[in-house]
Design a protein around this ligand. Sequence first.
Ligand SMILES: Cc1cc2nc3c(=O)[nH]c(=O)nc-3n(C[C@H](O)[C@H](O)[C@H](O)COP(=O)(O)O)c2cc1C
Length: 329
Amino acid sequence: MIVTPLTELLGIRVPIVQGGMQWVGTPPLAAAVSEAGGLGILTALTQPSPDALRIAIRETRKRTSKPFGVNITLLPSINPPDYAGYASAAVEEGVRIFETAGNAPGQLIKYFKSHNCIVLHKCTTIRHAKSAARLGVDVLSIDGFECAGHPGEEDIGGVVLLARAAQELNIPFIASGGFADGRGLAGALALGCAGINMGTRFMCTVESPIHQNIKEKIVASTEQDTVHIFRTLHNTARVFKNKVSAEVVAIERRPGGAKFEDVRELVSGQRGRLVYENGDPDYGIWTAGIAMGLINDIPTCEVLVKKMEKEAEDIIGGLGKMVRTQSKL
Ligand SMILES: Cc1cc2nc3c(=O)[nH]c(=O)nc-3n(C[C@H](O)[C@H](O)[C@H](O)COP(=O)(O)O)c2cc1C
């Protein structure tokens, strides 16, 4: 067994978290990850209302008695969702582990901490990690440039970012972005992380709610099949490379650039959702990371988590044997 500050804090067996995923982080997946020994996370905004989130929490609890969490992602938005309503619904339903992500999380973190909750905060820079630590979060989830979704604008890959986190942070942190196997888990632990967070790898499991065609597309794809959109709008997102994302990038590169209005229809969240429902990978924008290059199968969460745990244990044991007290040379 691998014991880290994360497994001890959350009461889980394996230091693997399934990060919040819009349209994907639903009760079947979150419960399966938690049952497998990791931390499953429901994505609040995938539910149409705080009441629907209550139902999703109850459904997850029917499927597992193990700890699971709820993600609340603060998005730049003209008409923001009812974040406070989602947060209080989850707390009232007895959830005590939260993953926060996005801009200006202070109020939300304060609310969760005043209800004795454990907060994992997702961030992409050491500066943001330090300010979240000052706000009292328990664990930082550090997304490197490799990650699916929003890597920030500084383009620092995980190896340097996590080593910097080890130098600068005084609270446990986990590695996120590009992790999909036991090698990655062992590597993250070696860098000083208390565990890892995975998105793309968990999308491609039996219990993930997305269409089988999309899971098979992930298996068939490589680390070269993602692209960054919204670079010119300073809201970079790593998404699957398809006809729609290519069109968005082309519009962004037009002389004079692009405004959000110019791409609004192409990037609509509802179109992205239909990709997962109908299985057409070219229908809209959908989030995926370069971890696709490491994904060659569609296992159950239990098989995946067990395999990663065993692989990481074997690697850590093997590394121990590299250290000798006396050289034969
Ligand atoms: C389909 C998908 C949807 C995502 N949606 C969210 C989200 O709503 N909120 C969030 O904080 N992160 C979101 N993420 C990011 C993941 O939680 C995680 O940080 C990221 O996937 C890590 O990189 P990896 O995919 O290489 O493992 C999403 C990722 C994927 C693949």
